[in-house]
Design a protein around this ligand. Structure first.
Ligand code: SF4
Ligand code: SF4
Ligand code: SF4
Length: 315
């Protein structure tokens, strides 16, 4: 990881010193344990503070829309797919973004570390596929794969799909799981069981919109949930309003979600908001053979109509 940090600093420093970009979006060490913080640097000296580790989970594509300056951005596989999505949806211009790609072997989930160590004041020492967790004078060893974020455990696009410069060698794309496994639990339920599961899962939602705000797809000036004329969705934490919000949100993301996990990570009450979007991505893949963010040319299926579109759902 130190090698990657050094290389990021070097590339970012050169880009800024040579005025190839006006700013670089990357990470710096966080101020709370086990989270590296997004940062924007504008000088070669500031670039020396850039950082990379297994806690750089935040999707930096979220920082690109609505900017007028030429930016460079550090992108993992999922981030690069979000950047592709933003280009395809005309939210950013490809020529205005210099992509520094980082092949990725997964980001660590701090909640899983917390469950192992009972504390976030830990030291993690990676040793191949194992991680030694040191906390409170005790040590335990866990498999790295067991403490990765859920989306990383099932990721099949670990290498940036588009980049101007790549740091290090590409990694094995097939090390993750697959989308069928990811949604198997939900699909095994009856419709009634699924609805109860959905109701229970969202029963603790406080409508803070952190999941929406963390998502690079949610770039609308005025979100439907904030509209009052017309009011598409009630604004309370009444269960009907909560479910309406989440169903609308998931459908707005369908065919566009890159499974970066930002929505789930952002939720302060631990709701697995990825569950709905994963299932919708599987449906879109099955119906249209489309996965979000893999092509700068293909328009997301729900953004275009053709007479050959599957229509079996129309009764
Ligand atoms: S989803 Fe894939 S590319 Fe994104 S952080 Fe996880 S392993 Fe890396
Ligand atoms: S819906 Fe969640 S997982 Fe999908 S792109 Fe948005 S933040 Fe990432
Ligand atoms: S982040 Fe969590 S609590 Fe906040 S609106 Fe989303 S699901 Fe609800």
């Amino acid at each position: 990881m130190q090698d990657i940090s050094n290389k990021i600093r070097e590339i970012a420093g050169h880009l800024l010193a040579e005025n190839k970009v006006e700013a670089v979006v990357g990470f710096r060490p966080g101020t709370i344990p086990l989270i590296s913080a997004p940062t924007v640097v504008r000088t070669e000296a500031e670039a020396a503070g850039l950082h990379w580790d297994r806690f750089c989970g935040v999707n930096l594509a979220n920082y690109l829309p609505k900017r007028t300056e030429k930016m460079a951005v550090i992108a993992k596989g999922c981030d690069s797919r979000s950047i592709v999505g933003l280009v395809v949806e005309n939210q950013i211009k490809r020529e205005n973004v210099y992509i520094i790609g980082v092949p990725c072997t997964g980001m660590i989930d701090r909640a899983k570390v917390m469950r192992v160590a009972g504390s976030l004041e830990v030291e993690l020492v990676e040793d191949g596929e194992q991680v030694v967790v040191k906390a409170g004078g005790k040590e335990s060893t866990v498999a790295l794969s067991d403490i990765l974020q859920d989306n990383c455990q099932g990721c099949q696009h670990r290498n940036p799909v588009v980049f101007d410069e790549l740091i290090g060698a590409k990694v094995d794309e097939t090390a993750g799981g697959d989308i069928d496994t990811a949604v198997a639990k939900i699909e095994a339920m009856t419709a009634d069981e699924r609805w109860r599961h959905f109701e229970e899962m969202y029963s603790t939602c406080i409508r803070c919109y952190a999941c929406r705000n963390a998502c690079p797809l949610c770039y609308c000036e005025q979100c439907f949930v904030d509209d009052s004329q017309p009011q598409w969705c009630g604004k309370s934490t009444n269960p009907v309003d909560v479910k309406t919000f989440h169903i609308f949100r998931a459908y707005h993301c369908s065919g566009r979600c890159t499974d970066c996990g930002a929505c789930k990570r952002a939720c302060p009450v631990g709701i697995n908001v990825r569950e709905l979007t994963r299932k919708l991505e599987k449906e879109v893949k099955g119906l249209f053979g489309y996965e979000a963010g893999l092509s700068l040319e293909a328009i997301p299926p729900l953004g275009v109509y053709t007479e050959k579109d599957p229509q079996g759902f129309i009764k």
